[in-house]
Design a protein around this ligand. Structure first.
Ligand code: UDP
Length: 406
């Protein structure tokens, strides 16, 4: 992809704006080298700001290549001792990791001093970037992609985030009202302190892909050409609920399930469990593990229906808007940020979390009444092109960044 691929009017320096002699420069920090939703959200933003920014990653991985291919300058500041601190081990590990943490705080602060704004895209980035504020004294923008509750985070982690959000972050951006609500409950900060910016996507990548010859597309992807395919997209993780979809299969003898996504964050045991579950239920021949894929548009267009089965509230759910852009009917868990995207039986179908019977009913109804699926998908595609555009997303994000300097 060429540098500036994502540049929109939102990111061009404004002329004649007395308060903006120049648009601020930005250091983005993200803890992961893997490609998760937070990283896909940062990618077009960093690309749009490439001329005035750099990205620091706290771990190496395929995300670095994606950023560089978009013309973004990237540095990897990796320290295994810091990377290995996880939620469970936080209390025991931090003493052992303290020297490495201090080194990383200083290293980020040193880089941050070269920029006007420090933009922290993940939790670990928040902690390491915000702790260094006395050293770098830069405006701190935190982009929250999570629902900060005990379902997902440990007590210590929540306590640290609460302190940093209240006392160090200058600007907070949240990816949905659901994420905002949890942060308000955690911190007591007012809603006005955290603008909601929903993710946006380039829907043309989906709408322009010609899936007229469906059997040929499926052949190319190694999928059964004539089966009725339900696709579930996202990294393999228990809370993403791939096991819920497998549980539904014995009741759906005409349906094949395609799981697209890898075990990104050490969830190999869960993948093994899913394979064992499919064997045990006698549906293994109808479950296709595709692994991580780059070409979401092709894989989504190859499906008859797109499932989202998260067992907990999804903070936003990029895969939901992508499925809608692919003009396929989407069945999604009705909780969290998804409620800000999907309206039941208007542009999709909402099912309660962990409701296997509800999922079976939704899939079977859409399989046997294709005209309903087409109506929902057409509305969904129109809604995404109206409300979840990349231009709108970049405009709102750069507005916050550009005002952070004042
Ligand atoms: N994704 C991908 N290839 C895969 C699986 C997922 O590129 O094999 C992308 C997907 O298109 C989406 C992102 O990963 O843009 C996942 O974002 P989402 O908000 O759905 O979930 P998160 O990772 O933030 O929990």
């Amino acid at each position: 992809m060429l540098p500036g691929r994502y540049v929109s009017s939102a990111t061009r320096p404004r002329s004649g704006d007395g308060q903006h002699a120049h648009t601020p420069t930005v250091l983005f920090v993200d803890q992961s080298g893997e490609l998760g939703g937070a990283e896909f959200a940062l990618l077009p933003l960093a690309a749009a700001c490439a001329a005035r920014s750099e990205v620091v990653l706290l771990a190496d991985g395929p995300f670095r290549g994606r950023l560089e291919a978009s013309g973004v300058r990237v540095q990897v500041l990796n320290d295994a001792r810091v990377s290995n601190i996880d939620r469970e081990a936080l209390r025991l590990n931090w003493l052992y990791a303290a020297p490495a943490i201090i080194r990383q705080v200083c290293a980020i602060a040193q880089q941050a001093r070269r920029f006007d704004v420090l933009f922290l895209n993940t939790q670990k980035a928040l902690v390491l970037g915000a702790l260094g504020k006395p050293l770098h004294r830069r405006q701190v923008v935190w982009y929250l992609h999570d629902i900060m509750s005990r379902d997902h985070f440990g007590r210590v982690q929540l306590m640290i985030v609460r302190l940093l959000a209240r006392h160090v972050a200058d600007r907070i951006i949240v990816n949905s009202s659901a994420s905002a609500q949890a942060l308000i409950e955690l911190t007591g900060l007012p809603a006005s302190a955290m603008p909601v910016v929903h993710n946006g996507i380039d829907a043309s990548v989906f709408t322009q892909l010609d899936a007229g010859d469906l059997p040929a597309l499926r052949r190319r992807l190694g999928l059964p050409e004539t089966a009725w395919l339900a696709g579930l997209f996202g990294r393999l993780a228990p809370w993403k609920g791939q096991h819920i979809a497998i549980d539904a299969l014995p009741e759906l003898p005409h349906v094949h399930l395609v799981l697209v996504g890898g075990a990104l964050f050490g969830e190999d045991a869960y993948e093994a469990q899913l394979r064992e579950q499919a064997q045990r239920l006698g549906v293994a021949d109808r479950v296709h593990f595709a692994g991580f894929r780059d070409d979401m548009a092709a894989w989504m267009k190859a499906m008859d229906v797109i499932l989202h089965t998260s067992t907990e509230s999804e903070p936003f759910g990029r895969v939901v808007i992508e499925g809608m852009a692919a003009a396929r009917p989407v069945i999604a868990t009705g909780a969290g940020g998804v409620m800000e995207i999907v309206r039941h039986l208007e542009n999709g179908w909402l099912v309660r979390p962990r409701d296997v019977a509800g999922l079976v009913e939704a899939i079977e109804t859409l399989r046997t009444t294709p005209e309903l699926g087409q109506r929902l998908a057409a509305q969904a595609c129109a809604d995404v092109q109206r409300h979840f555009t990349l231009d709108r997303y970049l405009q709102q994000m750069t507005d916050v960044i550009d005002h952070a300097r004042r």
